[in-house]
Design a binder for this molecule. Sequence first.
Ligand code: ATP
Ligand code: MG
Length: 234
Amino acid sequence: MAHPLLRLSSIEKGYRRGTSQETLVLGGVSLEIGAGEITVIKGPSGSGKTTLLSIAGCMLRPDAGRVLLDGEDVTGLPEQLQAIIRRTRFGFIFQHLNLIPDLPVLDNVVLPLLPSPIGRRELHDRAVELLEWLGLQGKEGLKVRDLSGGEGQRVAIARALINDPDIVVADEPTAHLDPDRSTWLVNMLLELASKGKAVLIATHDPIVFLEKRVGRVFHLSDGSLHMEVEGGGP
Ligand SMILES: Nc1ncnc2c1ncn2[C@@H]1O[C@H](COP(=O)(O)OP(=O)(O)OP(=O)(O)O)[C@@H](O)[C@H]1O
Ligand SMILES: [Mg+2]
């Protein structure tokens, strides 16, 4: 990859539990993510997939190693600058969705953009358009707590895309979906990649990692990442 959009270089991360010794979750992981590509990270529960995605998305700092965005080292930037990068460059679909149950669907979707220089009307129109694309037309005013799990997942996807990010980070995006919806979601992620977005996915789900068009598949275990499939991308 000549100029990867995002590059992780020799990332190390450990967690300390109580007084016990620190356990190393990532032991020097390197990964390059390019525009228009889907990169899948699979691996057993607890292997560090969420940790890796959090570091890639500038949400968590590594103990060692560097994160480069457009070739620029962003690892040590102050929190306010990292927050701007997250807001402008990344869209996150979280493992536990992180929606606000008592807020309506539409408010949950526009939340990452607030406060915003974009007018209310335009924000509203953008959110409605995304929700329609995701098959949630007519649900804009419902509280998220009144939706099904799969509908909630789609609200989380709309929220991840509202800022038109370059990089979509999706942690177990099919966890709340039935097989048909999971296939639909994989196609949706392929469509995003074909529009030039870099898509980074952590998943256990064979519907995602066995899909021939998803591009590169890596397996994370014992702190290291191994390439399993070197795909050509969508
Ligand atoms: N904030 C934290 N403090 C202490 N330990 C943590 C913390 N976050 C994660 N861990 C530990 O680090 C390891 C990796 O966690 P992580 O959530 O990255 O795994 P994962 O591969 O995403 O797992 P899953 O497939 O279950 O989502 C686990 O053993 C977890 O308990
Ligand atoms: Mg996880």
